[in-house]
Every structure is written in C-alpha cells, then in structure tokens.
Design a protein around this ligand. Structure first.
Ligand SMILES: Nc1ncnc2c1ncn2[C@@H]1O[C@H](COP(=O)(O)OP(=O)(O)OP(=O)(O)O)[C@@H](O)[C@H]1O
Length: 649
C-alpha cells in the first residue's frame, strides 16, 4: 500500500475517534455513513465492481427512453471535457453506470478504476464517491482525490449532479471523472458548474419529451432569458393541474407551500392556481408571440414575478400507432398497456422472458397490476395450459405457510389432515407458481423455496424422499428486497436467484396511457354488466388529473363505483367517489349519499356479487346480506343495478 493511502486510512479512522480534518461536511458525513451504516472497513480496499453483461442490459433497458433523450446532451458534454482527460458516466438511480464515454486507449486503466460501463458506484458498495454520495444526498458535489472513502480511489477526481424525473424522483446521476488531476479541489469548480448545467438540460429534455402532448409552461427570473434558457418548466394538463416538473420547479413550489404553512409540499396533481396568479384558461396569454414584458405571472405566496412562455398541446394530430402494436409482443403482454414508454420497455423485457425457465421478480407499488402481469406472463408462456397457482405470502399465517406450500404426509404433525396434503408447489406442477408479497415469506420457507428453485424438487413435511417438480416461479413485492436482505429478513441467495429477471411496473400516476386504461376497464365493466357506459369530458378530466395512490386497483374500484351510481349509464364528475372529488375540489351531487352514508365500493361489490350469485332474486339477496328487501331495492336503484331481463335490448 502506498504512503498516501496509509495516511488516508489514518484520517478516516481518526474521524471516527473524534479527529476532525479540514474537509467538506458532506464528505465527513458520508465517511461516517460508510462506517456506521454501510459497515465498510476503511482498511479493506475493494476493487471496482463491474456488473455482468446480462445485469447491465437490464439496467440499461429499464432506462431506454431516458437514455435516448439524454444521448445528445451526454455527447455534447463529453466533447467539451474529453480534451481535459475526463470521462463521462451516466448512472441510474441505483448507481450502476448505464452509459459511458471515455478514451478507449486507456480502457484497461479506466476499467480498473471503475470508470467504465457497468461499474456500480452506489455508496454502500463503493464508499464515498461522487455518484454514490450524490444519490445519498440528492445534491451535486465534487469528490476529489482523498475525499473518497476507499483508499484505492484516492487518485480519482469525480464530479456528479443528480437528474430527477418529471415527478421529482431521482432518475440518474451525471458524472465526469478523471484518473489524474491537480491537487487543489477548487480546480474542479468549473467541472461542477458544467455537470450541473448539463444535468438540468437533460432533465428538461426528458420532461419536454414525456409531456409533448400537454401544456408546457416555461418560467424564468430574467425577462431576457424567458424564451432561451428557462429556470423552471412545468407540464400542465387540460384541467390546469400540474402533471410534471423539473427539479428546480419542485424546489421552488415546495418553498412556496412552506411559506403559506401548507402541511404538504406535494406539487404533482395540484392546480396551477394553487401556486400562481393564473390558471389554465389564462395560459394562452403567455404564448410566445406576445412581448415578454407582457408575459409576467406571480407566485402567490412569495409574490415573486416570473416571466413565462406557455406552449399549448399540439393541435390534434393523427393518432400515433401504439408502440405496443409496433413491436411483436405476445397478445397477453400487448394488452397490458397502450402508449406508455415505461410499460413498453417492461413488456419488451417480459416478452424475452416468457419462453425461459428463469424465475421472475415483479416489483411495483400496491395495485399496479403485478398479479395481472404474472397471469399475462403465464398466458403468454408455453405453460399456458397448465395451472397458475397464486399464493399470497402475507395472507398465510406463518405457521401454515410451509405446509400449504410444500405439502405434508398424513399425520406428520398435530393438526395435519389425515390424508396429507399435496401443497401448492406440487399443485402448480408444469405451470406457474405466483408468490405474491414474497418479502413476507418466513426465512425457513425461503430456504425450502430455494431448494425447489435450485434442485427442482420438493420435500413435503414428513416425507424423506424429495419429489421432482417443474414450476416456474414468478414472485412479486412492493417492498424493497435489498433493504430486507440488509435487515437479514430475506435470504441474499434467494434474492440473487430472483433478481436475475426483474420487471418493474410503474405507478399509475407515471403512466401516459391512463385514458386508454380507463376506456379498457370501463369496457370490461360494461361487458360484465351488459351495459354501455359513457364518461363525460369533465369526469374523464377529473380521472386523468387524480394521482391514484392505489394505482390500477383504485381506478378499477372507482369505475365500479361510478358505473353503479351514475344515471342512464352516463358517468359525470359527481358520480366519482368522494376522494377524487375532494382532491379536485368539485361539488358533490346534493342527494348522493344522503340516504345511506355507509355505502361505498365494498357494499356495491357485495351487492353485485350476491345478485349475480342468486340470479337477481331480491329475497335471497336480502337474506344473505342481512337487510330487508326494500333496502336491496333501494340500493339497486341507487347503484343503477337492473336485472338482465329488464334491461333495454
Ligand atoms: N393492465 C391492466 N388491464 C386491466 N386491468 C388491470 C391491469 N393492471 C391491473 N389491473 C387490475 O387492477 C387490479 C389490481 O391488479 P393486481 O391485483 O394485479 O395488482 P397488484 O400489484 O398485484 O396488487 P398488490 O400489490 O396489492 O398485490 C386488478 O383488478 C387487476 O385486474
């Protein structure tokens, strides 16, 4: 080990014993995190970790659209810095280098130093470094030479800035790095400005690309720059609600919200008029053909004046062919989405996996359609004619999960059924086993599951000889498995086995095909009810502006409710559930809910199911629901449920 590396380790260790050296606070904070939270040892230096090709491909595919949009900015930045021997890296939000430009003559040196495609720079693995610490703090920074935690990186200088997506979540990190640099850290000051400026440009390009069919509002502090280099950009829907924004705007509006003491700093989904002295109807006044001095709007809380340029959505253009139609996806996957780039990327990857034996992990917030996708994968696979067995690991009591999954021999434990049980793994033989909420599976069952996956055999409780089994496991979770692995409640080896093929479903608020999905779900509802429903423009706009925290499931419930309470099969704003109306500040129909305040989607669902099951026999339904016949009649009228024989032909 070189002398400067030994001195560096002394300094890091010294900090932990209270010796504070002359470094930026962000660096000291990160060093402490490395030791206290990530459990890194300053003495043990690690070589840079480069992901294997297949894993890298997955990380790249997940950002396909973003990479395409960013490419021009990345090339321009690299052209500007390559003569100074910098390389350019773009990592995803997990710190994996998904794009890289550097001088190929030095490939070996760069690769050895981790300045390479596929290098994983997240802080828990690589220690203090520009990318990892930028991800940890969300702030741009320079990590210069011995600022690095790991003694093997102290010859590098690295400068990173975060790039946020249009909803304020971290999307990527832009970095320029060099193997050699002058000693003073201040030598990297301009590098920091440059990287921040390009990160901002890429963020804006991504926002404009994503919301090319909506109102775009550009704002600048300076009149002269309003049309050239706006500081703030927002996407606004036809209802005047904010549906996308760049990071500077998010910070600005969060400050405004704080000024007026609003409990939430949430911006997405809020009407423009919450923050500005204008709304969607006044946006045409800010069109570019008007002189800039007449295009001023004010922030309501601070009174700050900003110069605006509003670009309307493009006039109706002929419908673009759906990307789903362009690519050759199996029908069950093609039907998952319409014209959404994130879903398109995920379904293309899914299509590559359907014919393989690989286990698949589906991630996504609750209600995003993980089980729906698992069924689609099964239907698209050669296993389609065989069983699809779904198990909710969170719903099964821990004491039962092993016996339910793996089965048992007769009399193998107290309470076991006399005939024994086959177990769900064997039930799924030849087909697909869907393990929902896999993060909740107890550790002992994880070990058995791992054997099933590795050895393709299962040993029911009480049996000695394992039985061969051929199942494809599709697991789903809305939890962060990496965190569970760290907390030792999820086996790392099982995680790696599942993590080979990950499909991530986006939250509904990030999908560009919400309108399409509304139409599709309403058509499904109509088919079941034997009716034709129509949505008014206002109701459609209210649905499109909602942020859908419960994702597709919430949308399904909302449409079930609306289709039941609407009159004449026309769904208007007032037929939407309260929660959506409250979010929009819309009035509620005076009589709705007056008769029975407890009526909600669950009541409706129960009523609808009971009617179907009892062939619309009101007396039987009243009996099973424990209410009198007049209540059933009143609720049927209220929900517009008409027996099939009384419906219009
Ligand atoms: N692409 C789609 N087309 C039609 N319906 C969908 C689609 N995606 C999801 N759904 C519907 O949305 C509801 C929720 O989907 P699903 O149960 O698959 O979500 P999930 O992510 O597995 O939820 P959880 O995390 O709570 O288990 C279901 O009624 C499902 O039929």
């Amino acid at each position: 080990m070189k002398r400067n590396q030994v001195a560096h380790i002394d300094e890091v260790v010294g900090l932990m014993t209270g010796k504070v050296s002359d470094r930026d606070k962000v660096i000291h904070d990160s060093w402490r995190r490395c030791i206290n939270q990530h459990g890194l040892d300053p003495i043990a230096s690690r070589v840079a970790y480069i992901l294997p090709q297949e894993r890298l491909t997955e990380h790249r595919e997940a950002m396909e659209e973003f990479l395409r949009t960013a490419r021009f900015g990345l090339e321009t930045l690299y052209r500007q810095v390559s003569c100074l021997d910098y390389v350019m890296l773009l990592t995803d939000a997990k710190g994996v280098t998904v794009d890289f430009m550097g001088d190929p003559t030095f490939s070996d040196n760069l690769r050895g130093a981790g300045l390479y495609l596929g290098a994983d720079w997240h802080e828990p693995l690589a220690g203090t470094c520009a990318v990892g610490t930028c991800i940890a703090t969300g702030e741009p920074l320079v990590v210069h030479q011995s600022d690095h935690f790991d003694a093997s990186h102290i010859s590098l200088t690295c400068t990173s800035a975060p790039i946020f997506d249009s909803y304020g979540d971290l999307a990527a990190v832009l970095d320029i790095s060099a193997l050699h640099s002058p000693e003073p850290k201040v030598s990297q000051h301009l590098a920091l400005q440059l990287v921040q400026s390009f990160a901002h440009k890429i963020e804006n390009a991504n926002l404009l690309n994503r919301f090319r069919s909506d109102w775009i509002l550009k704002l600048s502090n300076a009149q002269e720059f309003a049309d050239i280099d706006p500081d703030f950009i927002l996407a606004v829907d036809n209802n005047g609600c904010i549906i996308g924004l760049n990071n500077r705007t998010r910070q600005l509006l969060a400050r405004e919200a704080t000024l007026v003491g609003r409990a939430s700093t949430r911006v997405i989904g809020e009407p423009l008029s919450t923050f500005f002295d204008c709304d969607v109807t006044s946006l045409p006044q800010f069109a570019r053909f008007r002189p800039t001095d007449q295009r001023m709007m004010r922030l309501l809380a601070s009174g700050t004046a900003l110069f605006a340029q509003a670009m309307p959505p493009p006039a109706a253009t002929p419908a673009r062919p759906s990307p789903a139609a362009e690519v050759n996806l199996p029908p069950p996957l093609r039907e998952m989405f319409c014209d959404d780039p994130i879903m398109s990327g995920a379904m293309k990857r899914a299509a590559k996996l359907v014919g393989t034996q690989m286990s698949i992990l589906i991630q996504g917030e609750t209600g995003t359609g993980k089980e729906h996708l698992a069924k689609a994968l099964h239907a698209a696979s050669p296993r389609a004619g065989k069983p699809f067995v779904a198990v909710n690991c969170a719903a099964l009591p821990e004491s039962l999960i092993e016996s339910e999954l793996f089965g048992y021999e007769a009399g193998s434990f107290t309470g076991a059924a006399s005939k024994g049980k086959k177990g769900l793994v064997l039930e799924a033989d030849g087909g697909t086993l869907f393990l929902d909420e896999i993060g909740d599976m107890p550790l002992a069952s994880q070990t058995r599951l791992l054997r099933v996956l590795a050895e393709r055999e299962v040993t029911p409780i009480g049996k000695v000889k394992p039985l061969p089994v051929n199942v494809r496991v599709v697991a789903a979770t809305h939890r962060d498995l990496v965190e569970l692995v760290k907390a030792k409640s999820f086996r790392e080896d099982l995680y790696f086995r599942l993590n080979g093929a990950v499909l991530t479903l986006p939250p509904l608020r990030q999908r560009a095909d919400v309108r399409w999905l509304i139409g599709r779900l309403l058509a499904r509802r109509a088919k079941e009810d034997g009716a034709v429903y129509r949505l008014t423009e206002a109701a459609l706009a209210a649905l499109c502006a909602h942020s859908w925290p419960g994702n597709v499931r919430e949308l399904v419930n909302c449409l079930d409710y609306a289709s039941a309470v609407c009159s004449e099969h026309v769904i208007d704003v007032e037929d939407l559930p309260d929660i959506i109306l409250r979010a929009q500040g819309a009035p509620r129909r005076a009589d709705a809910g007056a008769a029975e305040s407890d009526i909600g989607p669950e009541t409706l669902k129960g009523l609808r199911e009971a009617l179907r099951e009892h062939h619309w026999n009101v007396s039987a339904v009243a009996r099973v629901l424990g209410v009198d016949r007049s209540t059933v009649h009143r609720r049927m009228r209220r929900f517009g449920l008409v027996p099939p024989q009384k419906r219009d032909p």
